[in-house]
Design a protein around this ligand. Sequence first.
Ligand code: AQP
Length: 334
Amino acid sequence: PRRILSGIQASGALHLGNYLGALKRFTALQDSGAPCFLFVADMHAITVWQEPEKLAAQTREIAAAYLASGLDPAKSVIFPQSAVRAHAELAWIFNCVARLGWLDRMTQFKEKSGKHKERASVGLYTYPVLQAADILLYKATEVPVGEDQKQHLELTRDIAAKFNNDFGVPGFFPLPDPLIQGPATRVMSLRDGQAKMSKSDPSDMSRINLTDDADAIAGKIRKSKTDMGVMPAPDEALDDRPEVKNLIAIYAALSDQSREQVTAEFAGQGFGAFKPKLAELAVSSLAPVTAEMRRLMNDPAEIDRVLKSGAERAAEIADPVVDEVKRIVGFWRA
Ligand code: AQP
């Protein structure tokens, strides 16, 4: 049976990349009828320093974003990762299945640890192992994520296959498929078409935050980097125009069209005509989501109810799986 699972880190500010690469797509998948598990990755968040007095609020904020973008707690299980103990237990066992050489190849660790690798937390290094536990605990079959998570999903499949093989339990863990689809699987910075839109970019002008108001969104799009040309024809290759390609992808994803439809509509027009249309579309798409997030954040009791019941429902699935894994590994039990 199909089972969909994904998560977002509780590390503050969500941006348009998270919205188009992840949030917006979860809702479509939920409505396809498959059971969905969406968690707030607070254990992943602390792989880099998080202020303890802010972490719970950040967790509620991601939960609010799930609800505001259309996830229905009656259909989807929404929960904080740290509230289901099985995640940590299975992650430890997987730390003993995954090989150092596999983790050494992970590009996200190389990017996030920067020049001073020896000062990064050990958790940042084993981040993808915890991610494998998150996914396999629920025997998820499909994992909707942005392009940046592709390598981690491959590692999850490697861990599942090695576990099944080493312990002689073929098919115990299914090999999950990444769902990296749609026109905006990798939203790029508004200032640099070669860099991913990311919350760790020091320039706030590089990204649209879900908390930005209409003026801020319009200003960032107006000042976004383009080039001396005009909007491309549908058959034009855009490899040497990454910023233009990115704006078209954003427009396509926000308006639920293909890139071809968007280029056909704007071909030959100047950016002075296209950018205001894009700004209008971004504001009208994001405003209802951010307004609903604000409303929910004003009354944390509602969010807390969703998270508490989600954690209970998640544990009902995860606990028997981790118990079975402990039996397979050979741990003592009475
Ligand atoms: N630029 C992006 N385009 C498309 N999808 C993206 N995602 C992240 N950035 C983009 C997807 O959003 C989901 C949540 O990701 P996360 O919890 O791992 O957040 P993150 O990757 O920490 O977000 P940032 O901005 O990328 O953080 P930093 O700057 O710390 O690296 C995932 O499905 C991810 O693919």
